[in-house]
Ligand binder design. Structure first.
Ligand SMILES: [Zn+2]
Length: 265
């Protein structure tokens, strides 16, 4: 009787495990079509394919958020912004969340170690099993060094564009009040004036999407973040993509780089 019970239990477990295993296998084989099979490489998943741990670098207004959203769908890996991490930590009421809240409420920057702890926690979630896209972090050499000590990044993509294009992109940007979808008067025009294509919500221009504010952010970017391009170039995993073109072209170029990430661009 005891044996029978155990056997039955085992069968049950196997049955419930099966769909998710099958799903992972299917996902993995689809994925392998696009990725170099490279067993034994550090950071590889149990099926032997490489994870995509990616950093998107680029000035504000370069459009990396929009590109990341498309890559997220295409590659089934989440885009992680540290701003979102900090906001969700604060609303979680966890021990670390309360610490973050203290810094936030007193107007201080959240220390890098805490941000990296949040990041480590976030990427341990199931949806990061095949990788992730970091958008907006690291912003400084010090942050990049701390990140390197904790997480092995596979690919860094630097998006480049002229300052004029940045100005045009940001001043034309409109955000949906309800769902946060990003539109652009020229590049991603709303089908109906002032109305979100995704949910029908109202489109607004953010207060800091003006030329004056963006000038200031660009200066900060050139001083603190642009040196990261050299930093990652020395590490040998940097590719640059010119994103003067439209979103579709930029997404295609990005996918090309990611799909051939072992070759230098
Ligand atoms: Zn919307």
């Amino acid at each position: 009787m005891g044996f029978f019970f155990r056997k039955k239990e085992t069968t049950l477990v196997e049955k419930t495990k099966l769909p998710s295993l099958l799903c992972r296998r299917l996902r993995s084989s689809v994925w392998l079509e696009h990725w170099t099979f490279n067993p034994g490489v550090e950071g590889s998943n149990p099926f032997g394919a490489i994870q995509m741990k990616i950093i998107f670098l680029g000035p504000p207004g370069v459009g990396k958020g929009s590109i990341a959203k498309e890559i997220e769908k295409e590659k089934n890996i989440p885009q992680i912004s540290t701003g979102d991490l900090i906001r969700s930590a604060i609303s979680s009421n966890s021990a670390i969340g309360n610490k973050v809240k203290e810094y936030y409420d007193s107007g201080k920057l959240v220390p890098d170690e805490i941000v990296i702890d949040l990041l480590k926690e976030r990427i341990s979630n199931d949806d990061c099993g095949e990788g992730f896209i970091l958008d907006g972090f690291p912003r400084t050499i010090v942050q990049a060094e701390s990140l390197d000590n904790e997480i092995k990044i596979d690919k860094v993509i630097s998006f480049t564009v002229s300052e004029e294009t940045i100005m045009m992109r940001i001043s034309g940007r409109r955000i949906c009040e309800s769902c946060g979808a990003i539109h652009h008067l020229i590049n991603i025009p709303p089908k109906v004036d002032g109305i979100c294509n995704c949910c029908g919500g109202k489109l607004i221009q953010r207060k800091d999407d003006t030329r004056e504010v963006i000038k200031g952010r660009l200066v900060e970017y050139y001083q603190k973040t642009e040196p990261l391009i050299n930093y990652y170039e020395k590490n040998g995993n940097l590719s640059s993509i010119d994103v003067e073109g439209d979103l579709q072209k930029n997404v295609r170029d990005t996918l090309n780089v990611l799909n051939h990430k072992n070759s230098k661009t």
